[in-house]
Design a protein around this ligand. Structure first.
Ligand SMILES: Nc1nc2c(ncn2[C@@H]2O[C@H](COP(=O)(O)OP(=O)(O)OP(=O)(O)O)[C@@H](O)[C@H]2O)c(=O)[nH]1
Length: 501
């Protein structure tokens, strides 16, 4: 089951529970069974799923909740509690409780990469080096893979492209010797991040583990990173454990999380190695690499596909103190770069406004192409970096003419991005501002109406808050109804912008 589907299934189970008039043992069990099924299908290990179920049941003590409250109160109190318990449990499954070794800029660290053949190790070594190089580090790559013909060429090619120094040999067949020589050389050259790529083998052969152990012993890495293909399925746990038993794995990178990756593999690898996932690979390119953060990841997992009305989303994701302001601005149709920045922050948390925009006919494919969520996220982060170099006046202005050439140049320099990126970002802003202007006339629900609305959101309610011209565009209440139905079953994601660019 792909990650998006896993999120969708969990969200559906939660939604069913939310719709129940009374939440009792039976409803909770059904919801948990549904979630467990989704997790198992996503290759999360059986034992982990069972433990999660037990833990949630222990946390959510229905008897306590029921005492002294009327039914309505029970539902209101129980729902967020369940959500929170499920959220916490999933976070716990991904959080081994201790951070991994973090290299320090300017201080030499040796990082050794291990993993099965084809897991994406070599590609990931370069991505890891490139990521740090962009942040001002001095990384270096060593190819200690003497098993696969072409491994050195691949690393050399990648390293050259990224202008990262590398070391390897076509003649030497002893990986330990190469690794030691490489580490010595790069230590002399004052590199602060020395990355050793080891060989991967087809199966879990004893020779691979012995070789890996020897390289580790000889180079004394500060951190061993286990690279795992995100789509390997139930084998993830055993595989990760086998590596952990031979070398001191301290962190995990899960690759190929784009496309058909399974969510469960990451969870299993964490459980097996007792190490955190630190990055995920989201494509074949050098910059398709993201820092992994447990909470936003789980938020997204739970939020995906859970589209029960855009008020609901705003209610859940936008911090309470920002809600009136956001709604006010929505109704005024005024859209500043600062507002865009704030929405980016919210989107990275879960993704509400992207979903709101996706309801506007004609905009959905433009703003959130399916299957490009990760690129959209990376782009959002880039845009935010550039906006960090903007002045308050620039962020708060609604006048597009303000952004003249010298300001654009200054922002590009300040954020270390090419001018084209800044102009692209401003173009997106203009486009969004245009979309935003369609929200003008939005009726803001009064205090107290908001939560009732978000609980019982249906097309009828939705039609009351949408601006009339927008409602007309979607084909009135009927059109809205079918649109919302469609939305509920679709993989919704936090991506907002176009894909490849
Ligand atoms: N879609 C996608 N492809 C990836 C990702 N990471 C690596 N790949 C691809 O996976 C394939 C295998 O990657 P390599 O880096 O050669 O794998 P390896 O583990 O070093 O292989 P060995 O050196 O044989 O052990 C290549 O085609 C990569 O482009 C990713 O995050 N997403």
């Amino acid at each position: 089951m792909a990650l998006a589907q896993l999120g969708g299934s969990i969200a559906r189970a939660l939604r069913q529970m939310s719709n129940a008039t009374v939440i009792d043992e039976k409803v909770l069990s059904e919801c948990l069974n549904e979630i467990s099924r989704a997790l198992l299908q996503a290759d999360v290990q059986f034992k982990m799923v069972r433990d999660m179920q037990t833990n949630i049941k222990r946390i959510v003590n229905l008897q306590d909740l029921a005492a002294g409250h009327n039914k309505r109160r029970i539902i209101q109190q129980a729902r967020p509690l369940h959500r929170k318990a499920i959220f916490n449990e999933l976070c716990k499954m991904l959080d081994p409780g201790k951070p991994s070794f973090t290299p320090k800029k300017g201080k030499t660290s040796v990082i050794m990469f291990v993993g099965l053949q084809g897991s994406g190790k070599t590609t990931t070594c370069t991505k890891y080096a490139y990521y740090h190089q962009k942040k001002g580090w001095k990384p270096a790559l060593i190819c200690a893979d003497t098993f696969r013909a072409g491994a050195f060429d691949q690393l050399k090619q990648n390293a050259t492209k990224a202008k990262i120094p590398f070391y390897g040999s076509y003649m030497e067949s002893d990986p330990v010797k190469i690794a030691v020589e490489g580490v010595e050389r790069f230590k002399k050259e004052n590199c602060d991040l020395i990355i050793v790529d080891t060989s991967g083998r087809h199966k879990q052969e004893a020779a691979l583990f012995e070789e890996m152990r020897q390289v580790s012993e000889a180079t004394k890495p500060d951190l061993v990173i286990f690279v795992m293909d995100g789509s390997i399925g139930q084998a993830a746990f055993d595989q990760a454990q086998a590596f952990k038993q031979s070398v001191a794995v301290g962190a995990v990178i899960v690759t190929k999380m784009d496309g058909h990756a399974k969510g469960g593999g990451a969870l299993s690898a964490v459980a097996a190695t007792k190490s955190p996932v630190i990055f995920i690979g989201t494509g074949e390119h050098m910059d398709e690499f993201e820092v992994f953060d447990v909470k936003p990841f789980v938020s997204r997992l739970l939020g995906m596909g859970d589209w029960s009305g855009f008020m609901d989303k705003i209610h859940e994701v936008v911090p309470t103190d920002q809600q009136p302001e956001l709604l006010q601005k929505l109704s005024e149709g005024s859209f500043t770069l600062r507002l865009m920045y704030e929405q980016f922050q919210n989107i990275l948390k879960m993704g509400p406004i992207g979903q709101v925009f996706s309801m506007l006919p004609g905009f959905s494919s433009e703003l959130m192409p399916k299957g490009h969520e990760k690129e959209s996220q990376a782009k959002i982060k880039r845009y935010m970096t550039m906006m960090d170099s903007m002045t308050n006046a620039e962020l708060d202005s609604t006048n597009p003419k303000l952004m003249n050439e010298s300001r654009i140049l200054r922002i590009a320099r300040g954020s270390g991005r090419p001018v084209k990126d800044v102009t692209d970002m401003l173009e997106e802003y203009k486009r969004l501002a245009k979309v935003w202007s369609k929200m003008k006339g939005l009726k803001i629900p009064k205090k107290g109406e908001m939560s009732a609305l978000s609980r019982n959101m249906n097309a009828q309610h939705m039609s009351k808050v949408l601006p009339p011209q927008l409602l007309k565009q979607v084909g009135g209440v009927g059109g809205l109804q079918s649109l919302m139905k469609q939305m509920g079953s679709k993989d919704m994601m936090s991506g907002m912008f176009g894909g490849d660019r």
